[in-house]
Design a protein around this ligand. Structure first.
Ligand code: CA
Length: 234
């Protein structure tokens, strides 16, 4: 599963190693050296998960985690604390402020990736599904590929996210504003009709493999992805 991960770590060697491992695993990575930089990045766009070093210059990782948990917009971001401290008391303190997990340095990239996957799976099971198949359309979120009968569908990044959301929430109707929240994120100020534009592009791309009928308009309500082809589509 590809996720957007913010790494807050002041030691360049460790920051590089972590970022490299995450990119190898196809995650999108943002790097910050301290809480202030991390906050600027978060203000731009919410990451799917924060890897947060305990010992940071300025505001400590644990204080920063508290700030994130206190703020409405950031209180549900999954946080994994990184620390050189192995004391049980620190681990308890980390989990008490609401960190989802805790990794003690030194750790292997493999262990880190496994823990990230476990936290993401726990927090949003639909995001952890690497492969989805509906009505003959296959979406591989790790490889960022959509295919039907072995033919690849070429999609822009927004259409890919839109399709991924609809496929992992199939058979349910979503209004334009719900799709904006879910697909575009909480921090964009775009008009509802932007959704229509991207739905149109998505259908056009799916037309190349004759799967455009999966994306259905529900009059007066919004859109739905369904393997059941209805005659009354708008
Ligand atoms: Ca540090």
């Amino acid at each position: 599963m590809a996720a957007t991960i913010l790494v807050v770590e002041d030691e360049p060697a460790i920051q590089d190693l972590i970022s490299y491992s995450l990119r190898q695993a196809r995650h999108n990575v943002f790097s910050a050296r301290n809480a202030e930089e991390a906050m600027e990045i978060i203000n731009d766009a919410l990451p799917d998960l924060v890897l947060l070093d305990w010992m940071l210059p300025g505001m400590s990782g644990i204080e920063f985690a508290r700030v994130l948990r206190r703020t409405a917009r950031t209180k549900t971001i999954p946080i994994i604390m990184l620390t050189a401290r192995a004391e049980e008391g620190d681990k308890v303190a980390g989990l008490e402020i609401g960190a989802d997990d805790y990794i003690t340095k030194p750790f292997s990239p493999r262990e880190m990736l496994a823990r990230i996957k476990a936290v993401l799976r726990r927090r949003s099971p639909e995001a952890a599904d690497d492969m989805v198949e509906i009505g003959g359309l296959h979406l591989d979120s790790a490889a960022h590929r959509v295919t039907a009968d072995g033919n690849e569908v070429v999609l822009g990044p927004t259409e890919f996210r839109l399709l991924h959301f609809l496929m992992t929430h199939a058979e349910r109707v979503y209004s334009r504003s719900q799709l904006l929240d879910q697909v575009w994120g909480d921090h964009v100020f775009v008009e509802d009709r932007t959704v229509d534009v991207h739905i149109r592009r998505l259908r056009k791309a799916l037309e190349t493999v004759s799967k455009d009928g999966l994306v259905q308009t529900v009059r007066g309500s919004g859109y739905r992805l369904s393997a059941v082809l209805t005659a009354s589509m708008g």
